[in-house]
Design a protein. Structure first.
Lengths: 379, 230
């Protein structure tokens, strides 16, 4: 059959994102379930305030981080399914022509759920290994009795089994919908470029500018990923710096690791897909005599504004989230330091971001340089 | 004048080397219409790629006027292609997410040609300028690629089996457009084909066999696209 385990293994980015989501959710939700069992033992007022603040923090963190990462994983999964069908249109078209129904072919896409399963198992295991230290961290002031990490089968199912099944079903449904098209369209890979006559198409715009715009319009999901990548970089880096003062260094390290991991995975995924999807365009441009820098600007340049926009949103997001956490959630808890927007830290993050982003872009520019122009004629 | 001297090209590694061009030497006069004729695997497309600067030969030289393009750096070769060369391929290779007009601008913008619409009119696609490639027939797509190649006003046009994917009627029509524009603009035209009949339209015919030039001759009388057999 066309879709196999090998293809599922290529979804390593989804595994990593799902892993991060499950890691965060397991830590906070498992902790919430464990402290709930000893709520009656908290006698002091400060302890109770801390208890309520921690439970709320756990819920918010799991909801925001888990939700955000889950949405990203879903978008990524849909992107992969679409991309798979787009690039294997001929094989899938032949199967349909032979008499396989769309659903019969789509059923094989369940294997994509395995990547989520692998990530969830990894995230859950890592969270359990880290849990003793995390529990100690949460109770540094000894406001609660000693808490031991316990295994909650329902939570394990909800964080491992359920997402894997949900993603498998989602992959099948989405593949089925995408395969609901005439066999000839699949064979000719016609569906790849849907005709949308935009107002811009009729305007007198220079070729390179037009190409940059249409490259982004053709792959809006990748624009989202590029923005999301910058968002992760900005939000998690700045938040982790503040976490050093507000919480602990361990939390800061955890946050920056997850943030950077997500940022780089999504950025590499989107830029690689853009370059791969435009190989023929780049080759043709080179054949016609366009310079590498023109090809680079036309193909990747359009994503830059999204990246910087993602950075700004990330900065606003982390500031708002921490402000709410400090002034609302932990309002009744003593010894919580005041939180103000750190302009210096923001400036450092901007510089780091610009340097990193432009270095990655430079790497991809080199990759474009290495694309053999003859490749277009070998097909 | 394009002077090709003792060009050798091989593919594969030392143990499994396939010599595709075995010492080709040719002279192509400015404004000439040359057809390179040969069976599949004779090396004609590789020769076209080497002459047009798409890939370097292992040995030999390709001289345009006084400039040997085999000695040029990648950057200079790109500039050379920009200034001098146009391409038309069997598979058209149009940008599918761009309209006819935008595809033609790909060539025109390179030299700042603001009169690219004339080229669209010249290939009879004025009414389809806003259409996307998938909305066009094979013949129309090839005409777009002709307009795109000529919109950059090349000094030499290279065509690799330009009508290989077209039916007879469309093929004749496309050839007629190309030859008409060749007469009008006077660029050098080198076309690779396996179709012996098309050779009757050319001024010079280069026959290739197993990586070597087996025969070069000049047609005394040239036929047009509607006079040749198919």
């Amino acid at each position: 059959m066309v879709v196999g385990m090998k293809d599922a293994a290529k979804l390593v980015s989804i595994s990593m994102i799902a892993g991060c989501a499950v890691f965060v959710c397991t830590l906070f939700l498992n902790y919430n379930m464990d402290i709930a069992s000893m709520k009656d033992e908290v006698t002091t007022e400060v302890g109770m305030a801390m208890y309520q603040a921690q439970v709320l923090t756990g819920k918010v963190t799991a909801l925001v981080s888990g939700g955000c990462l889950a949405v990203t994983s879903v978008i990524m999964l849909l992107f992969y399914v679409k991309n798979y069908i787009d690039t294997h249109g001929r094989e899938l078209g032949i199967l349909k022509a032979l008499g396989y129904s769309g659903l019969k072919i789509a059923k094989h896409f369940w294997v994509f759920g395995l990547s989520v399963f692998a990530g969830c198992v990894l995230g859950y295991t890592l969270a359990f290994l880290y849990m003793p230290s995390f529990y100690k961290l949460q109770n540094t002031d000894h406001l609660f009795p000693e808490i031991e990490a316990r295994f909650h089968p329902l939570l394990a199912f909800l964080l491992i089994g359920a997402p894997a099944m949900a993603f498998s079903v989602l992959a099948i449904i989405y593949a089925c919908l995408r395969l609901k098209c005439p066999v000839l369209d699949l064979l000719k890979e016609k569906y790849v470029y849907k005709i949308k006559v935009s107002k811009r198409a009729t305007k007198d715009i220079p070729f390179l500018k037009n190409l940059a715009g249409s490259t982004v319009r053709e792959r809006k999901t990748l624009a989202f990923f590029t923005a999301f990548s910058a968002f992760c970089f900005s939000a998690m880096t700045q938040m982790s710096m503040s976490m050093k003062d507000l919480s602990s260094e361990t939390m800061a390290v955890m946050m920056i690791t997850i943030g950077l991991l997500l940022a780089f995975i999504t950025l590499f995924l989107s830029l690689s897909s853009v370059v791969k999807g435009n190989t023929k365009t780049i080759a043709m441009m080179r054949i016609f005599g366009y310079k590498y820098s023109d090809c680079f600007k036309a193909v990747l340049g359009g994503y830059r504004p999204f990246s910087y926009m993602g950075f700004v949103i990330g900065t606003v997001y982390q500031y708002t989230l921490l402000k709410i956490a400090v002034e609302v959630v932990f309002a009744d808890v003593d010894n919580i330091p005041e939180y103000h927007f750190d302009l210096k830290m923001c400036a450092v993050t901007v510089v780091l971001f610009v340097l990193t982003y432009e270095m990655v872009m430079y790497g991809y520019a080199q990759r474009i340089k290495r694309l053999p122009i003859k490749s277009v004629m070998l097909e | 004048m394009i002077i090709i001297s003792d060009v050798v090209k091989s593919y594969g590694n030392a143990g499994n080397k396939n010599q595709v061009l075995r010492g080709i030497s040719l002279r192509i006069a400015d404004g000439d219409f040359v057809v390179i004729l040969g069976a599949s695997g004779s090396g004609k497309s590789t020769l076209l790629n080497v002459i047009s600067g798409l890939e370097p030969p292992d040995k030999g030289s390709v001289v345009y006027g006084t400039s040997d393009i085999t000695k040029l750096s990648d950057e200079k070769l790109t500039q050379f292609r920009k200034d001098n060369i146009g391409f038309i391929f069997q598979q058209y290779y149009l940008l599918p997410n761009m309209t006819v007009e935008k595809n033609v601008r790909m060539g025109a913008d390179l030299i700042g040609n603001r009169e690219y619409r004339k080229m669209i009119n010249a290939v009879g696609l004025a009414d389809k300028a806003g259409k996307y490639p998938s909305e066009l027939s094979g013949g129309e797509q090839q005409r777009v690629s002709v307009a795109r190649a000529l919109a950059k006003k090349p000094k030499a046009l290279f065509l690799d089996e330009p009508i290989g994917a077209l039916d007879e009627q469309t093929g004749r029509q496309v050839l007629d457009y190309i030859c008409g524009l060749h007469k009008e603009a006077g660029f050098t035209m080198v076309m690779v084909t396996h179709n012996q009949n098309i050779a009757e339209m050319a001024n010079t015919v280069v026959k290739m066999n197993s990586g070597k030039v087996s025969e070069v001759y000049t047609n005394k009388t040239r036929k047009n696209a509607y006079e040749i057999g198919w």
